[in-house]
Each structure stands twice: as structure tokens, then as C-alpha cells.
Design a protein around this ligand. Sequence first.
Ligand SMILES: [Zn+2]
Length: 331
Amino acid sequence: MKRGGRRSRKKLGVGSFFAALVIALLLLWAENQGLFEELPANGPQTPGAVSFSPAERPEGLEVYFLDVGQGDSELIRLPNGDGVFHILIDTGEYAYADGLTEGLRALGVEKIDALICSHPHTDHMGCMARIVQRFEIGSFYMPRLPDKKVPTTPAYEALLNALEKKGLTAIPLEQNTEIPCPAGAKLQVSAPQPGADWEDLNNFSGILRLAYGETAFLFTGDAEKESEALALEDGYELSADVLKCGHHGSRTSSSAKFLKAVNPRYAVISCGKDNSYGHPHEGTLKKLQKLGTTVYRTDEDQTVLAKSDGTTVTFETGLPSILPNQTEKRK
Ligand SMILES: [Zn+2]
């Protein structure tokens, strides 16, 4: 009897171990599925996924075109007193939440002074809710949409919830929205027009020109030819040394007239390797070639860093890509 008792206790021990293992695996699975909306500010991480060398306080302007596969994410760093002023435009898909968190932390980001959603498609804001949860946010900017265009995606709902929980309200991103910057930098918003009502959500994308000294960068989200034409028509200054090409280099953006006005010395195309859209389109590359523009692509150059001292812009390529969480499927 005694021995039998011992055996059953032993069995119970093994059973408990497996039960604990199953619970642990379930918790891990739930975490990967993004089922826990409330996350501690510092978790979870994917160790070793991103290995940026720690970024120091920049002397001038730095723009990281982060490789988030088929999507967009740009981190802007400006010297601000003894510290750094951070602007983040877009975040990429939900699968990049942990990788982007880690990448931003590796680059010394604790506070995002201005978080900008170019437009609410998931390849631009899929993991923005997580970024709002995990970082201190100064101000948040997003285009205003007509009711019928407001997305019903989980990513968008999660973003609104995350903003509300942090007591943040979205400042409408539209023509002439003021986004204060330090170090003499100026951000001008030339699209969308207030009250815009486009058929395609891409055309609600904010078009932003960041001027630093004599240099300028133009960020266009996924703005297409129609919105580009309107920004031109409305007389905004669009010339730039560096153009973040609209809509991942798609032929629906980067009209010849727009490219001529921007006249970029450099262009950066943010797109995924072998993406199903065929981005960047051949026609866009040909137009840029005709202008003599040097093209960088995140699918070939990984994360691209552009630095400006106010006079000259220099580039570094091959910086670490932001890696997606392989098990993440949520859109
Ligand atoms: Zn896009």
C-alpha cells in the first residue's frame, strides 16, 4: 500500500509538471496571438532580433528608414538640448510590434515626441497600438477620415483603445498642421486637405516636408497621383534632397510632374522582398533614373540611415532589419 501510494504521488508529480508545461505553452501562445491587451511597458522582447549599435545624441538630423518588410516606418532623430527629439512616422504591420519595440529601444528611444500615422492601413500602423502602450508619447497625429472610410480592423480599434487609455487625442494630420520640432527643423504638412473625401484611403496620407538647414526630406505615406497633384496645385514647397517614395514605389504614385517638382537627389523605397504587389514598379524606377536620382530600397538595403548636417546628406545602408514575429497572423 505504501509503495502504491508513493507511486501515485510520483505520477501526480509528473502530471503536474506536464499540466504546468501546457499552461506555460498556452500562455506563450496567447501572448503571441496578442490576446493580452494590457502589457507591461517593458515586455515582451525577441532577444537578438535587432542589434543596432546604441545611437548617440546626433549632431544633426538623422532619419532611419526602418526595414519592416512590406510596410513603412521612419524614425527621425533631432538634437534637442542635451537629449534627442524623436518623431516616428508609421510602424509597419502588427507582426513587427516586438521587433520595432526592441529596435527603437536599441536606438535609445524612451519617448516618442511626435507619433505620426500617415494613414490607417495596417502596413503603416498595424503595431502602432503596441508602440503607444510601450513608449511615452508626446503628441499623436493622424488624418481625419469621413465616417465611411474609418477602418474596422482590429489594429485600428486597438490603436484607438491604446490612445484612450493613455489619455491621448489624435491631432488631425492635414494641410498646415503644426508639428513643432527643435534644432531649427521645420515640418510642413501639405496633404491631405481638410475635409478631403477620396475614394482611396491611400490618398488621405499625410505628405510631410521636413526642412533641416538647407536640406529637406519629403515623406508621402501612400499618397497617390491625385493627392500629389493637389499638393502641387495648392502651391506647397515640395523640393527635397530625399524623397520617401509614395506607396512603396507603386505606379499609382510618383507622377512625373510630382517627381520633377520634388527633384530628389535620393529616393528611398520601403517595400518587402519579393512582395506580391511587384513594388517597386518598373515605371517608378525608370522615372527616378531619368531624373538621376539615387535609389535606396529596404528590400535590398535593409534599414537605411540618412544623416544631414544641414548642408549635405549622407547615407548608410545594410543596418539591421526589424524582424517580424513568425507566429503572428493578426491583421
Ligand atoms: Zn502602404
